[in-house]
Design a protein around this ligand. Sequence first.
Ligand code: ATP
Ligand code: MG
Length: 394
Amino acid sequence: LPHEFELARPVLQTIEQAGYEAYFVGGSVRDTILGKDIHDVDIATSAYPNEIKGLFKRTVDTGIEHGTVMILDHGTGYETTTFRSESTYTDFRRPDQVTFVRSLNEDLKRRDFTINALAMKEDGTVIDLFDGLADLKHRQIRAVGDAQERFHEDALRMMRAVRFASQLDFQIVPETQAAITAHAQLLAKIAVERTQVELLKLLQGKAPQRGLQDFMDTGLWQHCPGFADHEADLAALTQQLTHGVSSDTAAWTLLATKFGLTSSEITPFLKHWKTANQTITAVQTASRAATLLLTGELTAWQLYQCGADLVPVANEVAVILGASDRQSDLQAALAALPIHHKKELAATGRDLMQAGVQPGPQLGAILGDLEYQVVTGALPNDTTALVAHVNANK
Ligand code: ATP
Ligand code: MG
């Protein structure tokens, strides 16, 4: 058993000693059997949330209406979810009601893929009701039960399938793949925030070519905001993306650059996906730089605008799209810039006001101009020289 499971054993034992069942479930069981590192340990139990809360001193109601209680034990939090069955879905996304059940079988049956429907007892015994072990061995993604029904119940599962294909380098079995193709249009019913999580994980997976190919073949791509006009770009990207990108910002920058979006086109594109404004700004800057790196060089000003955070992103994206890797040159050029941040500018607003500039918008414009002149090397970063320049241009 991995260390994380060893640490969690007493939690399972406490629940079992009280007469309930408790198992490790979900991704941590899958990843343990695959020999991969695990991040979070999920526990499923026959005990109801209130029963769990009665057994442990410290718990947090992280999602009690869905049956999830976090047990705090020796500095670690364990998400513990009561066995559930999810029966009626009318909107293709969420179960209309959550029904707690006492049977593990019912709980595993509602899970998405056989490889995610394994349970493990505290002693390491695996419970495999849907041949998940065989699918793990053959590196396959297969819906639990009737694939058509399962995607109809919850359309997000289709994006999860292509995401896992990329993360695990697994093949989606033909029956499951066909069901995704048949139901791809239901993805439009899913909140973009949830689709986004899966798309970003796909692009950061270890086999993104596989995930992207499935995303294309099943038609899921057509139901992603802003993708419909970019079939050729996505097909080309499927060839180019030989390894996953390193961050969410890099993923968005890659798409924006591949789609040839201008800064003003990036805003509505990412707004459709409801990304943070900060992400939009970062992607605009990094995408512009990546585009320039594909055909030439970055100016000092462009390097400065990217900064140490976005230069690697721009370089990473440019390399995926065919540019040569210039990370070390770019890093050196960045280090050689006279300043790296506005606050390093030798003249402040106060200096300029003392020199007679009126406060207001023109003060900001003058400071912005000084920043540009210093970064590009036209003026030294020296208070006297900067103030003299402002006086000379009054
Ligand atoms: P990751 O390594 O990304 O956390 P995971 O398999 O643990 O992968 P989670 O989103 O953490 O994925 O979900 C935990 C488990 O809950 C899954 O393994 C699966 O059994 C179940 N599950 C999650 N989302 C769904 C869904 N939309 N439909 C059915 N079962 C789901
Ligand atoms: Mg998980």
